[in-house]
Design a binder for this molecule. Sequence first.
Ligand code: GAR
Length: 215
Amino acid sequence: MTTGRAEPARLAVLVSGRGSNLQAILDACARGELAGLARVEAVISDNPRAQALDRARAAGVPMVYLLARSSFRRREEYDRALDELLEHLHPDLVCLAGYMRLVAPATVARWRGRMLNIHPALLPAFPGLHAQRQALEYGVRVSGCTVHLVDEGMDTGPILLQEAVPVYPDDTEDTLAARILQVEHRLYPAAIRLILTRRWRLEGRKVIFEESDEG
Ligand code: GAR
């Protein structure tokens, strides 16, 4: 898969909270390594209090949606609404950026190879919630972050990029999270760039990037 497109790729970003990764993607689209290559067309939050919503509006994202989980009686109804919204928006890529909810299998299947997630650990270590706390409690000396394609599992999809950071003896959950977050803000735009500019294929779990003019 590759682009070779003339128009910037249209991104839909799913968020639940602070939105610093959304901000990094917005900045990369505006004046960074995604300039001319991608633009954030839509932001969807499941949380009405997400700071990410303010960031999206401040950046002038054309479509900002609140799909509050609390306004749906059943999980299936929320899942169907998200599925229909994505189908309607029809972005080139769906980026989960601090989106704290499992995407339903039918939606994952529809966007396979075009849905990305970032996770604050070196997967497959420490999937799920509180990855930084899990890493500290385990006693690892190195952690980091992972951008991966989304599959039906929890943080289990094929890995696009990873980068390590050291874990220091006096680290708290907050200091480790901040060190990892700095890297996340660089790694997510880099992964989006990769998938938009390089031909790639899957061999089992492995994402194989083919040679391209970009090198
Ligand atoms: C980030 O550290 C992201 O990797 C993590 O939540 C934080 C969101 O921060 N995501 C997960 O843990 C998903 N399993 P942000 O809202 O400031 O981007």
